[in-house]
Each structure stands twice: as structure tokens, then as C-alpha cells.
Design a protein around this ligand. Structure first.
Ligand code: DC
Length: 195
């Protein structure tokens, strides 16, 4: 039986860590959908062809977690044909037997509008930039904050599948939470809904 947990939110809000923890806790498969867009952005050439022909090797590149890959991903993610090429893979993953957690920007709104549970994980731009800055140790805080804001504007402002909470999403603001507390709250929401 399929059981889908959709976790959306802006860059560096903590959704990756929360998604991995939730998947481990409830024994669900996990797909970080940002990696698909990162792989398309880093493949070079025509992004639509890259999205239509993604390979397991593209998804195993060691540089997919870099800031450059995140930027490239956000740019190709505005192209409707790129998004369309990635829909079927994500939906199939979501319907796996045993259930799945998908994290991204449009999981609760577009990919899995019927997901059993939807979480929207967010935090202030300043807190997210602080976390990113501590993690990458590149550039200055001001530069990282500017990148976070620019990425938010692009992800929220695009015409196709913009980043926004689904109407029935539970909002989890992690600005003042430790990662342990954020994970505990997410798990509590899922345990309650799962019954
Ligand atoms: O979650 P992330 O930082 O790895 O995502 C990188 C970019 O990919 C993000 O800025 C926008 C795009 N993305 C998207 O448009 N839709 C998704 N479901 C996941 C990511």
C-alpha cells in the first residue's frame, strides 16, 4: 500500500535532514527531488534533453550538493519542459509499496497533491543563511544571505509550480528550533496522522 509524505520548503530550512530522519523512523523510502534538478543543472547542454535523459551516473555526481549546483538547479527549474520531464519518475517513486517521503518545492502542490501528509518546513532567510554559511564556509555571510534571498525569489516567483505551502500542509517553522526538536515535531505530526 502506498503512503506518501510530502515535505516542501525553501533552501536550507532543514527539510533534507527532517526528511531523512522521518524516512528512517517510519521505514519509508526517501527521494530528495532537489537532486534531480541539481543533476539537470550540472549536466550542461540543453536542460530539457538533460532532464529527459537523466542517468543514475548523473545522480551520483559528487558535486551535486555544492552552492553552484543549487544555483544551476534553481535556474533550470523554471523551465516547464524540464519540470514535466521529471514528473513521472517522482510520482512512481511516491507510489512505492511501503510508502515514501519526497522532499522538494512542489511535492504537496503538484507531484503528490493527494499525499497523506504534507509538511512545509521553513525558517527566516537570516537563519537559513547562517546555517548555509556555517555548512559551506565559503564567501561572506552577506553573500550567502543574498544568494538565499535570490533563490527564494526565483523559486517562489516562477510561473510553473512555484514554491508555496499546499492549503492542507502543516507549517513547521524551524527558525528557533534545534534540528532534534524539528525532527521530533515532524515525527509527531506523522505519527498522529498515521494513526
Ligand atoms: O532542495 P534543493 O536546494 O536541492 O533544490 C535545488 C533547486 O531545485 C531549488 O532551488 C529549486 C529546484 N527544485 C524544484 O524546483 N522543485 C523541487 N521539487 C526540488 C527542487
Amino acid at each position: 500500500m502506498s503512503f506518501c509524505v510530502a515535505i516542501d520548503g525553501p533552501a536550507a530550512a532543514g527539510k533534507g535532514t527532517i526528511s531523512r530522519a522521518v524516512a528512517a523512523q517510519f521505514g519509508l523510502a526517501h527521494l530528495d527531488t532537489g537532486l534531480l534538478y541539481r543533476a539537470v543543472g550540472m549536466k550542461g547542454g540543453d536542460p530539457v534533453m538533460a532532464a529527459r535523459n537523466l542517468t543514475p551516473e548523473d545522480l551520483a555526481r559528487p558535486d551535486l550538493r555544492s552552492m553552484a549546483a543549487g544555483e544551476a538547479a534553481s535556474r533550470v527549474a523554471v523551465i516547464p519542459e524540464v519540470r514535466a520531464a521529471l514528473v513521472a519518475f517522482q510520482r512512481e517513486f511516491a507510489q512505492r509499496d511501503g510508502g515514501a517521503v519526497l522532499d522538494g518545492r512542489d511535492i504537496g502542490t503538484v507531484i503528490c497533491p493527494d499525499a497523506e501528509i504534507k509538511l512545509f518546513v521553513t525558517a527566516s532567510a537570516e537563519v537559513r543563511a547562517e546555517r548555509r554559511f556555517a555548512e559551506i564556509g565559503e564567501g561572506t555571510f552577506a553573500e550567502v544571505l543574498e544568494q538565499v534571498r535570490a533563490r527564494d525569489a526565483r523559486d517562489m516567483g516562477r510561473a510553473d509550480a512555484p514554491l508555496r505551502p499546499a492549503e492542507d500542509a502543516v507549517i513547521l517553522d524551524t527558525s528557533d528550533l534545534s534540528i532534534e526538536d524539528a525532527v521530533a515535531r515532524a515525527c509527531a505530526v506523522i505519527a498522529t496522522r498515521r494513526g
